[in-house]
Design a protein around this ligand. Structure first.
Ligand code: NAD
Length: 487
């Protein structure tokens, strides 16, 4: 199980160590065993990474977009070739079942690099006709960009940030979550092998203080963070105080609305995907499932039946459908929410325990859990749990459910299940959420911008929109006649 990397950090095209940094043990969440020992970055490591990025950026930005794209495309191919080994690494780092990591992690990162490699070639400014004089706008790189990751999709997050940043001509310094530091180092090696010049993608490890040091560094032009709302507020404040660009991909408490006329099995499948994938540790999860009164009982009965059949266990076994949550703290937090659901009077329909698993006694497993009879004011209906806990709420009227769905500080995602298409579009139009699905849930193709409203985020990842967030616009006015001056 030892997956010790060559060193903790990757700077200027090579692995770098500084044992003076705080120890950082990496645990396999299924057993609790230590699988790698790293060190957090010292101020010297932060300085080296930023300086390497600064030194490499300008000549990279001067390449033609097609030349930058070619290197990213090669990295996409390498990610696909190594999908099996990268998936195993991601499973050991996160505890997510290999069944998921084989299709969702390095694979989605490869898709993203392929997309940005192509998209950047036609991401140009505008021509503006001024009736004689004219003007054009030009998209320019920002410079050195910093990415800060969460633990749930480590390699995907690293690529969703670095891919568009690099495509646009920026250099990048990435700080993975302290819980999942491994796959970003593998990605760094792949970028180098694909031909990315040294210094353009650097990885430094560490806790929040390292993230803060990167954000406040005078050379840093932008930060993109994926994390919780409290962290986002801190990083946004810090970025603001130094006048840096910032993208925030934060948490959620998203609604899934199931109308009486919905296809029952599809709606249940969507709700399960939107609550149990990655043991519920997905920011866009639809953890408030509003089911219209006429379908409610049949929905719940079948949901419980299908939830009981979920195979929890050894993440490296391809038949396993759900693994543990991230660590002991997260486990305690999820179990505390389950206790609060019971204490506040919700009905535990299925799950609710921390199962004892033979051979995985030290693992952080939680049964897939469904509460019914949940009301809007309960903590399990208001706060992000980030674990496999679904709340089912009932409703009667369209207007009522829209108001209740929007009654939250969050606004990351929302889903509607109905066969009535006018209603689907009408309801989606009223929902305060950045990423929405009709008769589906949690699909995030790279072609589509992803991000939140309200406290769930600022800026967007993916689609062409993200290229705008990794660039700045230069407006150029061109005179074709004489300068008319009053002087
Ligand atoms: P977290 O907020 O604890 O940490 C996120 C990252 O921020 C980590 O790398 C951490 O070291 C760093 N950090 C913490 N304090 C910092 C500071 N003061 N300055 C700079 N960096 C700091 O989040 P987590 O527990 O790793 O991830 C779970 C959260 O992330 C959930 O709320 C989830 O919804 C959210 N998330 C959002 C998205 C999205 O795209 N919207 C995706 C995945 C996860």
């Amino acid at each position: 199980m030892n997956v010790q990397p060559k060193a903790s950090h990757y700077i200027n095209g090579r692995f770098v160590e500084d044992e003076g940094g705080q120890a950082l043990d990496v645990l396999y969440p299924a057993t609790g065993e230590v699988i790698a020992r790293l060190h957090a970055a010292t101020p010297n490591i932060v300085e080296l990474a930023i300086e390497a990025a600064r030194a490499a950026q300008q000549s990279w930005a001067r390449l033609k977009p097609v030349e930058r794209g070619r290197i990213l495309r090669k990295a996409a191919d390498l990610l696909r070739e190594r999908n099996a080994e990268l998936s195993r690494l991601e499973t050991l780092d996160t505890g997510k079942p290999i069944q998921e990591t084989l299709v969702a992690d390095a694979a989605s990162a490869a898709d993203a690099l392929e997309f940005f490699a192509g998209a950047i070639q036609s991401f140009n400014g505008d021509f503006v006709d001024l009736g004689g004089p004219f003007a054009y706008t030009k998209r320019e790189a920002l410079g050195v960009c910093v990415g800060i990751g969460a633990w749930n999709y480590p390699i995907q997050i690293a690529v969703w940030k670095s891919g568009p940043a690099l495509a646009m001509g920026n250099a990048f310094v990435f700080k993975p979550s302290e819980n999942t530091p491994l796959s970003a180092l593998a990605l760094a090696e792949i970028y180098t092998e694909a031909g990315l010049p040294d210094g353009l993608f650097n990885v430094v490890q560490g806790f929040g203080d390292v993230g803060a040091a990167l954000v406040s560094h005078p050379v840093t032009a932008k930060v993109s963070v994926t994390g919780s709302v409290p962290t986002g507020k801190k990083v946004m404040g810090l970025a603001g105080s130094h006048m840096k660009h910032a993208t925030m991909e934060l948490g959620g408490k998203s609604p899934i609305i199931v109308f009486d006329d919905a296809d029952l099995e599809n709606a249940i499948g969507g709700a399960m995907l939107g609550n149990f994938y990655s043991a519920g540790q997905v920011c866009s999860n639809g953890t408030r499932v509003f089911v219209q009164r006429g379908l409610h009982d049949r929905f719940l009965e079948r949901l419980v039946e299908r939830t009981k059949a979920i195979r929890l266990g050894d993440p490296l076994d391809e038949d396993t459908q759900m693994g543990p949550v991230m660590n002991a703290d997260q486990h305690a937090k999820v179990m505390d929410y389950i206790a609060s659901g019971k204490a506040e009077g919700a009905t535990l329909a299925v799950g609710g325990s921390a199962p004892a698993m033979q051979g995985f006694e030290g693992g952080f497993f939680v049964e897939p859990t469904v509460f019914s009879g949940v009301t809007d004011q309960m903590r399990i209906a208001r706060e992000e749990i980030f674990g496999p806990v679904m709340s089912v709420l009932s409703f009667d009227e369209e207007d009522e459910v829209i108001a209740r769905a929007n009654d939250t500080e969050f606004g990351l995602a929302a889903g509607v299940f109905t066969r009535d298409l006018p209603r689907a579009h009408r309801v989606i139009a009223e929902l305060q959420a950045g990423t929405c699905w009709i008769n589906a849930y949690n699909l995030t193709p790279v072609e589509l911008p992803f991000g939140g409203y309200k406290a769930s985020g600022i800026g967007r990842e993916n689609g062409l929109a993200v290229l705008g967030h990794y660039s700045q616009l230069k407006s150029v006015y061109v005179e074709t006649g004489n300068v008319e001056s009053p002087y």
